[in-house]
Design a protein. Structure first.
Length: 362
């Protein structure tokens, strides 16, 4: 017996809404409240420009700054992963408009350029004219143009030479803005569901007189009164945190040689493999150890970045170390984060470790 399919009023309404959603333009979707949430990989930046610009000196400048090497990894990885789309590419595939981070670059002196037209439409003619008279007014940050939680950085000028200078001069501010947005996602990855290991946090507080937020998946490897060593092991990586208090004697400890001596002494005593006569040390022959000073939670911090190796074995990886000085305490706090991830990209894992230790309070 044949049966006719009948739609209830509710089913008909849902069907109509789905049909409208699929047929709507971006502007129409916004008008009825249908706005997607942006997605994409951490550290990914979509460069929207004309192919002429991307293939020429301006594109080389973008790659020079945004694809520079992340410090310091055994094999080079860029700060950001760049993807190039023209305006036509975006329009031909709507999903390309739903990514997280966009760098939109155009020469405003080319009226027929699709990216120039896009920028003019987005920033307004007043800002276009201002960029002619004030060469510093060549950058703008926008949000949520095509999807929620998007960041769009506009870089524009009235010649290619001016555009190159704008990209070069604005890179620090643009990177800071991108990193701020990425940090939220790195934190969400490191502390999935805001889960922490309270037992290890109490151990750090009691033994090291420091506060450190530690993800739940870390476990205690060593706690012997001298160091606390915590690890997280997966099939892909081994992530490690080591804390150690050092009696403060003089300012020479807060030096490149001082932080290297502390790290190498811990590596020699605690980190070994199944092979005989093995221990960890800094390898500053193949790559230099980079040292800088910074302030974390109002404390002076000497930061070291470099690569480590296991003597008499074939193992190595990246590390970042802090030597923290608090004038109200008799000891320096040494905190080290190191990674072993053979055959894997390491940048994102190191960023997770850096995020963890950068929250230390001593």
């Amino acid at each position: 017996m044949n049966r006719k399919t009948r739609f209830s009023p509710v089913s008909a309404l849902i069907f109509m809404l789905l049909f409208l959603a699929s047929a709507c333009t971006d502007d129409a979707k916004r008008s009825v409240g249908i706005v997607p949430t942006a997605y994409g990989k951490i550290n990914e930046v979509v460069v929207v420009t004309d192919k002429r610009i991307w293939d020429g000196p301006v594109g080389d400048t973008i790659r020079y700054y945004y694809s520079a090497a992340y410090p310091i990894l055994p094999t080079p990885e860029p700060i950001y992963d760049l993807r190039f789309f023209s305006v036509e590419d975006l329009n031909n595939e709507p999903l390309r408009k739903q990514l997280k981070h966009y760098l939109i670059v155009g020469n405003l002196n080319e009226p027929d350029s699709p990216v120039s037209q896009l920028i003019r439409s987005d920033i307004g003619e007043e800002k276009v004219q201002l960029a002619k008279t004030d060469k510093k007014m060549n950058s703008l940050v926008g949000r949520d143009k095509w999807a929620k939680d998007q960041v769009l950085i506009y870089q524009y000028a009235h010649s290619d030479d001016e555009l190159i200078e704008a990209i070069k001069n604005n890179f620090p501010a643009a990177a800071k803005r991108l990193d701020k947005d990425n940090r939220k996602r790195i934190e969400a990855t490191a502390f999935f569901g805001d889960e922490v290991n309270r037992t290890l946090m109490d151990e750090v507080k009691n033994k090291m007189d420091a506060e450190l937020r530690i993800p739940r998946k870390y476990f205690q490897a060593v706690s012997d009164g001298e160091v606390i060593w915590m690890r997280m092991e997966t099939d892909a990586v081994s992530s490690n945190l080591i804390l150690h208090r050092v009696p403060y004697t003089d300012k020479q400890q807060l030096s490149k040689a001082g932080i290297k001596a502390i790290r190498d002494s811990i590596g020699r005593k605690y980190v070994t493999t199944s092979e005989a006569n093995t221990y960890m040390r800094i390898n500053d022959i193949d790559l230099p150890m980079y040292v800088s000073a910074r302030t974390i939670n109002n404390n002076y911090v000497l930061e070291a970045r470099g690569i480590w190796e296991i003597v008499n074995d074939y193992m190595g990886g990246s590390f970042i170390s802090y030597l923290i000085y608090n004038p109200d305490k008799k000891d320096l706090l040494f905190i080290d984060a190191f990674l072993h991830a053979p055959g894997k990209d390491k940048r994102n894992f190191m960023q997770q470790l850096e995020l963890i230790i950068s929250g230390v309070k001593y």
